[in-house]
Design a protein around this ligand. Structure first.
Ligand code: RP5
Length: 163
């Protein structure tokens, strides 16, 4: 099946965070591709990947990186596809470095920045799915069902002392 979302990350060490994006897209049955593409260690691959992503059939790119996290911004500079950036929680600065590196894009090149860590990765997968659902009624139904189940699970278990 044609992958519609590309989930790229700066290092294999980012996967424990970025797999949360895959988790929600598995739930929503959104086909995706995952690959390590590093802005600093494989810059030529990064440019090639971003420049050819639209022609390969991807509709959204999720880029996760930590530290001096240039990956999402550089991806966005070479593609017109929407790029969602996930700041991976770094050891030295707890992801504040990643967040500020990704969020402070100069005017004219857009990156949609999500939260630091696994919540951000999960929401990047969710947001990518919501973007695709604007043109896919069946995916929109699956999204509605996911949200209803989430709401129901909170309403059905309101006692904070119970698991
Ligand atoms: C970034 O450097 C990666 O996105 C990762 O978050 C961080 C550390 O990479 P490793 O040294 O663990 O490969 O490029």
């Amino acid at each position: 099946m044609q992958a519609l979302v590309a989930v790229v990350m700066g290092s294999k060490s980012d996967w424990p965070t970025m797999e949360a994006a895959a988790e929600i897209m598995d739930i929503l049955k959104v086909p995706y591709h995952v690959e390590v593409v590093s802005a600093h260690r494989t810059p030529d691959k990064l440019i090639e990947f971003a420049a050819t992503a639209a022609d390969k059939g991807f509709k959204v790119i999720i880029g996760g990186a930590g530290g001096a996290a240039h990956l999402p911004g550089m991806l966005a500079s070479k593609t017109r596809l929407p790029v969602l950036g996930v700041p991976v929680q770094s050891k030295a600065l707890n992801g504040m470095d990643s967040l500020l590196s990704i969020v402070q894009m100069p005017k004219g090149i857009a990156v949609g920045t999500l939260a630091i860590g696994t919540a951000g990765a999960f929401n990047a997968g969710l947001l990518a799915s919501q973007i695709l659902a604007t043109n896919d009624a069946q995916l929109a139904e699956r999204l509605e069902a996911f949200r209803e189940a989430q709401t129901r699970s909170v309403l059905d278990n309101p006692d904070p002392r119970e698991a």
